[in-house]
Design a protein around this ligand. Structure first.
Ligand SMILES: NC(=O)c1ccc[n+]([C@@H]2O[C@H](COP(=O)([O-])OP(=O)(O)OC[C@H]3O[C@@H](n4cnc5c(N)ncnc54)[C@H](O)[C@@H]3O)[C@@H](O)[C@H]2O)c1
Ligand SMILES: [Fe+2]
Length: 381
């Protein structure tokens, strides 16, 4: 038996932030990252809370790839302030932090209910609607996706005004994260008709609007579309889970702090090739692997029709590589240029172990072994 539900009430479109005026809480804690406060963006939120007579405090000690220590700090802050609800504003790192802070505060403080309102400022993770919170254990250099229904935010407010300031490189990283979520959910062993419909729409939007949003951050039509695509892809993988791409990307984030979407994008051509095994000679092929047909559907959705099954999957790989090139994204770790070959190669074996143990890898359409994962890590060098 399967089931599908959307637990988060989603407010979107022009003026979505108006929802804040309708909130019925008297005291909220805002969990956000320093950018949101320092850029003044926070005033778009606090101004509305002031008008609605809602008092608030701000916890802004969020960093990318949120480590356990910061979550502990947030729990102490929350238990001290005792808000009725949490509003989190920021990218996936802020939203994931807020989810974990709420979860642990409720357990430690034996609190009964604390609604969470998530307001994303990047179009990437879909964290505003998912049961995932990705936390980093800096000491062990491992990123853990915590997964629990209780992590899902109660409300999400999608207002593309907040994304306008995202610089092109972050638009590229987060946009490729959206695409990877949708594609991994689409080929996952847990895919179903509901997740597939959501993933297809997210992919179609990425095909038409990601490059536009990258080239002109003020193109509000493209920004709005990508903001919705991010949420659709989040709903898709919340139902179907992800795959090896995310299992491996988490370790690159934990070990070398490669931005999450950039790590995913670098891996994606290699993962499509692995999942479809398109590099073997057709004479030795008995049948296609399960993901092949699905990749062909996606290629068609992107308008990449080619003369046979394998060349169509190849066209999808080429499309991903084209996107990386057009958005000036590194196609390899060496091109990224922030880690030495020696340090990288020394980490390959332990990263492969952690990737195989990562919860996302379990639903990959082709089961990898350690040698496969190590080879992909070496190939992206
Ligand atoms: N929970 C989930 O379902 C899920 C899914 C995928 C990824 N993740 C996690 O989310 C994190 C990545 O989130 P992200 O990609 O949104 O990046 P992020 O939250 O780490 O933010 C990246 C950078 O962009 C800045 N930024 C955010 N909004 C901005 C804006 N409007 N204008 C200008 N700059 C802005 C931030 O300050 C930060 O420096 C990773 O830890 C990843 O593992 C979670
Ligand atoms: Fe992701």
């Amino acid at each position: 038996m399967k089931s599908f539900d959307i637990k988060t009430k989603i407010y979107f479109g022009d003026g979505a932030l108006e929802r804040l005026r309708e909130l019925k809480y008297s005291r909220v804690l805002i969990i956000t990252d320093p950018f949101v406060v320092q850029s003044g963006m926070i005033r778009l939120i606090t101004y509305k809370l002031d008008e609605a007579g809602i008092s608030f405090d701000i916890f802004q000690d969020v960093v990318p790839d949120p480590p356990v220590e910061k979550i502990v700090g947030g729990v102490k802050y929350l238990l001290d302030y005792r808000p009725e609800a949490i509003i989190t504003v920021g990218g996936g790192s802020a939203i994931d932090s807020a989810k974990a802070i709420r979860e642990f505060s409720m357990k430690i403080g034996q609190l009964e209910e604390m609604p969470l309102v998530a307001i994303p400022t990047t179009s990437g993770t879909g964290s505003e609607v998912t049961s995932f919170s990705v936390i980093t254990d800096s000491e062990k250099a491992i990123k853990y996706p915590l997964v629990s229904e209780s992590l899902i935010p109660n409300e999400a407010i999608l207002d593309a005004e907040l994304v306008k300031s995202v610089p092109p490189s972050v638009t590229a990283d987060t946009g490729m994260d959206v695409f990877t979520h949708a594609l991994e959910a689409y080929v996952s062993v847990e895919n179903n008709e509901f997740s597939a419909a959501l993933a297809e729409k997210a992919i179609e939007i990425c095909g038409s609007f990601l490059l536009r949003a990258y080239l002109d951050g003020n193109d509000m039509h493209a920004r709005q579309k990508m903001h919705v695509a991010s949420c659709l892809a989040g709903l898709a993988f919340n139902s179907a889970n992800l795959g090896l791409n995310h299992g491996m990307a988490h370790q690159l984030g934990a070990n070398f702090h490669i931005p999450h979407g950039r790590a995913n994008a670098m891996l994606l051509p290699h993962i499509i090739e692995f999942n479809s095994d398109i590099n073997i000679h057709s004479r030795s092929r008995k049948e296609y692997l399960p993901a092949v047909k699905k990749y062909v559907n996606i290629a068609k959705l992107l308008g990449l029709i080619n003369f046979n099954t394998i060349t169509t999957v190849r066209a999808l790989v080429n499309w991903v590589q084209f996107m990386l090139k057009e958005m000036d994204m590194p196609i390899s770790i060496s091109q990224w240029g922030k880690v030495s070959e020696q340090d990288y190669m020394a980490a390959v074996s332990s990263m492969a172990d952690a990737a195989l143990a990562d919860g996302c890898t379990a639903t990959n359409p082709r089961k990898p072994n350690k040698a496969d994962v190590m080879e992909i890590y070496r190939n992206i060098w």
